[in-house]
Design a protein around this ligand. Structure first.
Ligand SMILES: Nc1ncnc2c1ncn2[C@@H]1O[C@H](COP(=O)(O)OP(=O)(O)OP(=O)(O)O)[C@@H](O)[C@H]1O
Length: 303
């Protein structure tokens, strides 16, 4: 369990993280989303003790990172794939980490295998592609078999096979009861992988809810209704407080009501229905709506 209490980070005038309070629970994949500069990496850096908070606290299992004697045995993090020394081999890098955290050397071969790096274990890290470096970063995160894992953009640079590997890996880690915090800008991937979402905008929390709930709140969840009496149904639906848009002569798009409510209402008024099909918003659509006012670095209308 990761607990953030009023966590704040200021860089001079800039407030990168502004009073964040939330809990990241074990046993699920928590997706960490937000536009560029929203404060995701800064939050992860404070959780792992790489940055000190300006105010508030971040604890793992009740303790701040700095108070954990062998941190890699409790928290694994992939924050910067290029963090390993380029002149070292992958094996030497992992052995160094194992030694400094009281982890048995046998574990190195295990995580190299798990990350698909056994064949290149003796190669220098500096010769690795971005995808191989990501795999090494993941091997490092897993070396101490920790209960808490943080992955910042882990699929960056990975091929489709690697992307699927990460998806399966994080799902397995969560199913084992671990706490998994995962940031990514790939919404389709996040929709496949996350159970719960934490969304930041300009350093503030804008959503902390199960994935299905975040998508369910989108105004783009709509129901297509076809009826030979679409116009009449249109009026009844408006009277009952739903939003209705006419598409074709016999087709309307309804938001703000469930298929059951629409079907029952049509039945009460004796209106035949020829189609009643829900269209679920995608995470990308829900996310774009949610963060529309929080995008800091991007294209603005009229510029
Ligand atoms: N060392 C630093 N010095 C000054 N400002 C910083 C520093 N690190 C981060 N910031 C600023 O803090 C804000 C949050 O940055 P952060 O990297 O945490 O965002 P992010 O959500 O991870 O973004 P991205 O999706 O682009 O990786 C940004 O405005 C950034 O410029």
């Amino acid at each position: 369990m990761i607990v953030l209490q009023d966590l704040t980070k200021r860089y001079g005038e800039k407030t990168a993280v502004a009073g964040l309070s939330l809990e990241i629970a074990p046993g699920k994949v928590t997706g960490f989303l937000g536009p560029n500069g929203a404060g995701k990496s800064t939050t992860m850096r404070m959780i792992t003790g790489l940055d000190a908070p300006s105010a508030g606290s971040a604890t793992i299992g009740g303790r701040p990172y700095a108070a954990i004697r062998h941190p890699l045995r409790e928290v694994g993090a992939l924050l910067d794939a290029r963090a390993a020394h380029p002149g070292r081999t992958a094996r030497a890098h992992l052995l160094g980490l194992a030694r400094s955290n009281g982890i048995a050397a046998d574990r190195v071969a295990e995580v190299l295998e798990l990350a698909g790096l056994t064949a290149v274990a003796g190669n220098r890290v500096g010769s690795f592609s971005l995808g191989m470096s990501q795999r090494l970063g993941i091997a490092a995160a897993l070396i101490g078999d920790p209960a808490v894992l943080l992955f910042d953009e882990p699929v960056n640079g990975l091929d489709p096979d690697g992307v699927r590997w990460i998806r399966d890996l994080v799902r397995t880690l969560a199913a084992e009861g671990r706490t998994v915090l995962l940031s990514s800008h790939l919404m389709s991937e996040m929709q496949e992988t996350a159970d719960h979402l934490v969304v930041l905008g300009r350093g503030r929390l804008i959503a902390d809810a199960p994935l299905g709930e975040v998508i369910g709140r989108s105004s783009l969840n709509a129901i297509r209704v076809r009826s030979p009496h679409a116009e009449l149904l249109h009026r009844h639906l408006l009277d009952s407080g739903m939003a209705v848009e006419s598409k074709e002569v016999e087709e309307i798009i309804v938001t703000g009501g469930s298929p059951a409510e629409i079907g029952d209402l049509a039945f009460r008024h004796g209106i035949p229905l020829h189609e009643l099909s829900p269209r679920r918003a995608t995470l990308e659509e829900a996310y774009m709506e949610l963060t529309a006012d929080s995008v800091e670095y991007g294209k603005r209308e009229g510029i």
